[in-house]
Design a protein around this ligand. Structure first.
Ligand SMILES: [Zn+2]
Length: 317
């Protein structure tokens, strides 16, 4: 949904209606006119390759097929989302180029979070090369899969992160809750670097473990959020729960902590499609957050469903 910003004409209109009228382009929506674009800050595309995508195990067979813009774009419009940010799933430059090619051919893909070897000595040259692609907004590494829980503060990785600000690139922190202490150290070392914590740092929702406001995860989330350069994605949550038996209320304590820690200006909705399909539909992933925000002000909803992602990633047409 987009807010019509004409004085006296405040009403909710769908992006479909606007497209029919032909009066709004992505470019004009991002001008500081008060018109907000709804953005899914986190989703993936792939052409399924069993060798490369070995992280997709047999119990994840629903993910063993291609997921491309032709599959996602109808889901976005059916759920009132205008645009999306495509995030790397494979760790290769080829993956980054694959996503950039899709973004170039599909206007609703307004940003790409790619992968580069951030520990490599030649990183500055690679950043220079990739700086020609306007939709490339930042990078991510699958740190959750690194055996070293302190990977984020390894010397070579820190050197890589230190190269990003010059190119105005963001960094997506993909970790498990146990890796939060290293992430806290990382973000404190680079106060001028924009970071976003993916999937609220994957707390252990599954197994009925409840998070109290005093849990270790909650304490660490407050600690990392105390750094103003860090945002957080409300994404990937149903995948961390019991895939078949989760209930919306399972997530309330986690959302409460994220809200209390980051506030409405540094949180962004992400579907984590197609990975969300392990535990639900696109609609369910979005509705979980929409329902949580039901009693919040419209301005806060607009921030979390678009404006914060647009600002964080510097999204434009
Ligand atoms: Zn994901």
């Amino acid at each position: 949904m987009i807010r019509d910003q004409r004085p006296g004409a405040l009403r909710m209109v769908s992006s479909g209606e606007l497209a029919v009228l032909g009066i709004v382009t992505v470019a004009t929506r991002f001008q500081p006119s008060g018109i907000a674009l709804t953005v899914d800050s986190h989703q993936h595309f792939w052409r399924y390759d069993p060798a490369r995508d070995s992280w997709i195990t047999d119990e994840m067979s629903v993910l063993k097929c291609d997921f491309l813009p032709a599959d996602l774009l109808p889901e976005l419009s059916a759920n009132g989302m205008d645009a999306c940010v495509a995030v790397q799933a494979d760790q290769s430059e080829k993956e980054t180029l694959f996503l950039l090619d899709l973004a170039q051919r599909h206007k609703p893909i307004v940003g790409v979070v790619g992968w580069l070897d951030l520990c490599a000595r030649n990183l500055p040259e690679r950043l220079q090369y990739f700086s020609q692609f306007e939709k490339l907004r930042g990078f991510r590494h699958i740190v959750q899969a690194e055996p070293d829980d302190r990977f984020l503060i390894r010397t070579d990785f820190l050197r890589g992160i230190g190269c990003l600000a010059e190119f105005h690139y963001t960094y997506d922190i993909l970790i498990y809750a146990k890796q939060l202490p290293a992430a806290i150290e990382l973000v404190a070392k680079f106060p001028g670097q924009r970071f976003v914590v993916d999937h609220i740092a994957k707390p252990p929702v599954k197994g009925g473990e409840r998070t109290g406001t005093s849990s270790e995860w909650a304490r660490h989330m407050r600690e990392i959020a105390a750094n103003a350069n860090v945002y957080c994605k409300l994404s990937g949550m149903i995948t961390e729960a019991d895939w078949r038996h989760w209930r919306a209320e399972d997530f309330t304590p986690y959302l409460d902590v994220a809200f209390e820690a980051f506030g409405p200006d540094r949180l962004m909705f992400g579907s984590d499609w197609p990975v969300c399909l392990l535990a639900g539909t696109y609609r369910q992933a979005k509705q979980l957050i929409a329902d949580y925000l039901r009693d919040r002000r419209d301005t806060e909803k607009e921030k979390i469903f678009g404006a914060n992602a647009a600002r964080f990633y510097g999204l434009k047409d």
